[in-house]
Design a protein around this ligand. Sequence first.
Ligand code: MG
Length: 424
Amino acid sequence: MRRLVATGDSHVGKVRKGNEDALLLRDSVYAVADGMGGHLAGEVASATALEPVEQLDGRIFQDDTTAVTALRDAVVAANERVSRLAQENPDYRGMGTTLTAALVEGRRLHVAHVGDSRAYLLRDGQFSQLTDDHTLVQHLVDEGQITREEAAHHPQRSVVTRAIGVSEDVDVDSMSLELVPGDQLLLCSDGLTGVVEDEAIARTLLETEDPDAAVATLIELANAAGGPDNITVLLLRYEDPDADQGPSGRTIAISSRVESDDRNWAGEMGRYASLTRGGPLTPEQQDEEGRSAGAILGRASAIVIAIAVIGGLMFGGTQFLLSRSFFVGVDGNQVVVFEGVNRDIGPIELYRVAERSEVALDDVQQWYRPQLQAGRPAADLGDARALIRNLPLRATEDDDEDEEADEEDAQDGLDDGADPDPDA
Ligand code: MG
């Protein structure tokens, strides 16, 4: 009798004060979410995102299509819940989370995924990353701008290009495949993969007979490497007790994702280019990498825009979202509000124009212009508008215009007052 053994654990790590990761482990659904946001918002985001996935537990589906559609819908529902909470509650503004979810029905495995948590499959000594990282560095790797080695140590490796809860819409990756006895499926947050090499993870899974011990060892490895982030590990083993599949010293091959099309993965396990860490690619691999880069080109512009709007950035070990960060700057000769973070990564801008004002740079007093050109940070969009309203402008000849501006200020003040402070 074949059976699925599932176990998992989450650890705060050695640096963070709280654990913003969340873990779902039920009979037929499993998920890892890695929340981002200030105060307790990250924890709220990750816990909330798991709720719609949990509702699928125990459900029977007619076929693969209905199962994977239900799982995708649950991820979309998670996005709606988290983004609504973020909009409704000022404390949760800007929060978001990754979500990597698995649904198992008999031998069929379905995975839906957004963000930089990961799903891996270990089969016959082949350790394959099933999910794409929705990160800036993965984008740069796909574009051929940096190598995988460079990506692993890139200072902006935590910038995520897709997350749950930061926008009303979300693109969901999904895949389905058929499990074979001996398969091990690993879902994990970047607190593990950011500091522990794939090979060490695979070896632990292969050499540790007890699944609880394997999970504990992976968390220990991440903490031994500094534990800079919350660590969440969820392990599924598809076992056939009648067959002989004890742990062995088999060699391990590491595979990474090079293609990102939404499709059925069954029977395609052999098509990954193998990742030779630190070594040169074979001509076939280069060809494969080249084709995959071409295949995602259509998505590239969308991704770059997404980077400007959505994302998390690592500053001193703290991850937070780029979206809903604002600053006032200059576009051409126009004073504008930018959304995002006031910096570029290589050729990629991490911001976009959110709102244009009617103020020209020439209207602003000369001494203040360099500050605008450098970009003035704002707490939120309202703060950015106030900053523009209060810009030191050059004296105008028409006093009536000034009066009109004052009236507008008074009106804006009333508008701001419509959002009452609950503590007042
Ligand atoms: Mg994390």
